[in-house]
Design a protein around this ligand. Structure first.
Ligand SMILES: NC(=O)c1ccc[n+]([C@@H]2O[C@H](COP(=O)([O-])OP(=O)(O)OC[C@H]3O[C@@H](n4cnc5c(N)ncnc54)[C@H](OP(=O)(O)O)[C@@H]3O)[C@@H](O)[C@H]2O)c1
Length: 344
């Protein structure tokens, strides 16, 4: 068991754009009780880091901090009182922050075994995004043959949600910018360009009776429209507020509006006034269900039933470029940080 004397990590030094993204030397220490030290093989870039960069993340960390929601890596040291994990094992986890580092200390109870044969980038692409997609589909309470609307199917969560939904026998209507449609054409869904079309009237043409579930990561204004597109008995699952990234005012204001709308619809549902339509909030967390879902997603990737897309791989030193690529939306697929990769 060797604890490396130093490593590198990415740090967000303040709020703003990628000019506040820096790297610094870290000094890993022997893991504390019930913790392991992991050498990161791949860490994901997600919308959450963009929110953290702008100061719009719910539970915003204080600057400076090391970002990084999810990772896959190898255990290099095991702390006291850890059982069931050993040096050399490949694991995945969802630390929320801290994953954009060469070495990361993780709690043993948060670890999920990651198959050795998977490409590290493919594996990390399903940690935050895959589990979110799988749990959203479960929350949607839908069955084969029904129709769902998923917003942002060209994004990290959306592309996996669409694949899982199609595989479950659902008819999927997805929104994505037009430049992504060719890359998404083989996934078996019907696409709407949300930038140039009126999504509500297009959905009404495609599904005149409404849709059975809507997965909405866009926030309060979108939720109102989504609610009106639901078929009787349908489910609206709210899981983000992407449209409010650049809003002025406190980060929590849009979430208060989301909670208010969901609370009102739930009350109306209990009074029997929504035709069985229901609305729910979803938030991913690192718990037993997360670990079970991730293990199943790894099996799906291993057998080719789920195919993550990777838009780009960058070393930690190029985290700013990785974020730029993610924010630009030029490519469709997950941007991944790979420590030790040589810069292009
Ligand atoms: N609740 C949870 O636990 C949880 C977990 C993970 C992620 N999330 C949320 O899920 C969302 C996606 O995260 P991600 O990391 O997958 O993000 P991402 O890769 O950055 O993708 C975001 C997608 O949103 C789409 N989009 C932006 N504005 C839109 C609009 N007005 N109408 C339709 N689509 C729009 C973009 O589509 P185009 O580029 O095609 O226009 C883009 O593909 C975020 O809101 C995030 O906060 C929530």
């Amino acid at each position: 068991m060797t604890v490396p004397s130093s490593g590198i990590e990415v740090v967000f030094t303040g709020l703003g754009g990628t000019e506040v993204v820096a790297t610094r030397t870290s000094s890993p220490h022997p893991p504390r009780p019930h913790r392991v030290l992991v050498r990161t093989e791949a860490a994901g870039v997600a919308f959450a880091e963009v929110q953290m960069l702008r100061g719009r993340y719910p539970a915003q960390p204080r600057n400076p901090f090391v970002p990084g929601y999810d990772l896959v890596g190898e255990i290099v040291a095991v702390g006291p009182e850890v059982s069931g994990w050993r040096v050399g094992q490949r694991v995945a986890a969802l630390p929320v922050t801290g994953a954009w580092a060469e070495h990361v200390e993780l709690r043993d109870r948060d670890l999920v075994a990651a198959p050795e044969e998977l490409d590290a980038a493919d594996a990390v692409a399903v940690v935050l995004n895959g589990v979110t997609a799988r749990q959203l589909l479960r929350a949607g309470n839908v069955r084969s043959g029904q129709t769902v609307l998923a917003h942002g199917v060209g994004g990290g969560v959306g592309i996996l949600l669409a694949q899982l939904a199609v595989a479950a026998g659902l008819r999927v209507i997805g929104t994505a910018s037009a430049h992504r449609h060719a890359a998404l054409a083989d996934l078996g869904m019907e696409l709407i360009d949300h930038r140039t079309s009126d999504v509500r009237s297009r959905v009404a043409e495609l599904a005149p009776g409404g849709v059975d579930a809507i997965f909405d990561p866009l926030g309060p204004t979108s939720l109102d429209e989504s609610w009106r597109m639901l078929a009787p008995g349908g489910s609206l699952i709210s899981y983000g507020s992407a449209r409010t990234l650049h809003d002025p005012g406190p980060w929590w204001a849009p979430y208060l509006k989301i909670a208010g709308r969901i609370g009102r619809w739930e009350l109306l549902r209990l009074l029997g006034r929504t035709g069985g339509r229901r609305a729910r909030l979803y938030y991913v967390k690192s718990d037993e269900q997360f670990r079970a879902d991730l293990a199943e997603l790894f099996r799906m990737v291993g057998s080719g039933r789920l195919r993550p897309r990777i838009a780009g791989r960058f070393p930690l030193e190029s985290a700013a470029q990785a974020l730029d690529l993610h924010i630009s939306g030029r490519e469709t697929g997950r941007v991944v940080l790979v420590p030790g990769l040589s810069a292009e």
